[in-house]
Design a protein around this ligand. Sequence first.
Ligand code: ATP
Ligand code: MG
Length: 220
Amino acid sequence: MRFEDLAGYSGQAVALIGGTFDPIHYGHMLLAERAREQYELDLVVFVPNRLSPLKENDDVAAAEHRYAMVELAVADNSCFAVCRDELDRPGPSYSIQTIRALRRILPVAVRILFVTGADAILELPEWHEPEAILEEAQVVAAARPGFNLDSLDSILGESRAGKIDILPMPALGISSTDIRERVSRGQNIRYLTPPAVIHHICEHGLYGARQPAAPDIAKQ
Ligand code: ATP
Ligand code: MG
């Protein structure tokens, strides 16, 4: 989808989850689901980035694969969608530009939530225009193993930290990095990401997946 599809949106709020999604996994999906539940949302939009300003992008899978995998993962959930806007915008993907692009489309009364995991929010000072992000969206952060949200105050300062909502969520030690490493070692990734995503990885030989698909990777 494109943000322009949301012109005239009649819900109360829309949540965005930005990321590289290389690949999408159940950590992202539970984060989205807990945000949907907590804020009684009708729509959570995954926004795969083109270039992360804070990551080495050399080894990132092609944008179209990352987008396709998110699309496959969310296909059976009418409350979840995936947006192309960052992929189609040249240059690094700054979240504030994405939030503003959505703001320009949505009716004024619709709130924008920006949902992150603990690792991402602790990097907020390095983001482009962090104050503006906190002003223009309700930023939400959830636990992630290895990252301590109790340090939010000391790392971000009380004024910034006070604007961030903490989203209760069981800490899930799933990461795209681990999935890529497991695939490259020929290990299975069952129960870390939906079957359709596993199938896409195998079919296209992503992350060094062996062709034809190694049976223990593809088997469901
Ligand atoms: P990588 O290992 O390549 O960095 P990742 O698993 O961290 O991948 P990203 O695409 O970088 O996934 O993350 C997108 C967003 O989802 C970030 O806000 C991140 O904090 C959040 N997120 C990712 N995995 C989890 C998880 N297991 N629990 C909570 N939040 C998560
Ligand atoms: Mg990450």
